[in-house]
Ligand binder design. Structure first.
Ligand code: FMN
Length: 171
């Protein structure tokens, strides 16, 4: 067992951050690619900080790092696509997390759905409007209203202990 708490000096804070990261690695997380169109260009980012928020109306919530480029692009477009990745799409998750890939959509099957980039083989697709932005530490929390939802298959990609897992019905 290991533990840390916030202290009054840098070492304890670094230790808390490491323990916090280790604790959160034990939360099995969804893997999505959040997309939008910015200046006519498709853009997308891998996001695990994603959850359902409300059923009536349907709403979701996700969090984006303030240092990344996606948050500004979403503020500009006001609309978002959520690609909930299928179990076989770990390569897409890595591609959309890469800062060094010039075209994250290259070699992938995707279409435009109401001008939002949609990955063809994703397990589910949500089209979102009416984005609201709330401060959340070094991230921004995005609250989004879902205007369309579709599914494709029962296999989903999860992230657990810093590894991708294909989650599917056990039958
Ligand atoms: C499995 C996984 C989950 C991630 N989850 C998030 C997340 O929830 N929020 C976030 O801002 N970045 C997350 N990232 C990191 C971003 O995808 C990465 O920093 C990306 O380069 C940011 O792109 P951008 O500059 O276009 O926003 C995740 C990366 C991986 C591999």
């Amino acid at each position: 067992m290991s533990a840390a708490s916030a202290g009054g000096y840098g070492g304890a804070v670094d230790e808390l951050e490491a323990s916090f990261r280790d604790a959160m690695a034990r939360v099995p997380a969804p893997v999505t690619v959040i997309t939008t169109s910015a200046d006519g260009q498709p853009t997308g980012t891998t996001v695990s900080a994603f959850a359902s928020l409300s059923i009536d109306p349907p709403m979701v919530v996700f969090a984006l790092d303030n240092r990344g480029g996606m948050i500004d692009r979403l503020r500009a477009s006001g609309r978002a696509g959520v690609n909930i990745l299928a179990g076989h799409q770990a390569d897409a998750a890595i591609k959309f997390a890469s800062r060094h890939t010039p075209d994250r959509f290259a070699d992938l099957d995707w279409t435009l759905d109401h001008d939002l980039p949609r990955l063809t083989e994703a397990a589910a697709w949500l089209r979102c409007e009416e984005l609201e932005f709330l401060p959340g530490g070094d991230h921004t929390v995005v609250v989004a209203t879902v205007v369309s939802a579709e599914t494709d298959g029962d296999s989903s990609l999860a992230y657990h202990l810093r590894e991708f897992k294909d989650v599917r019905p056990q039958r």
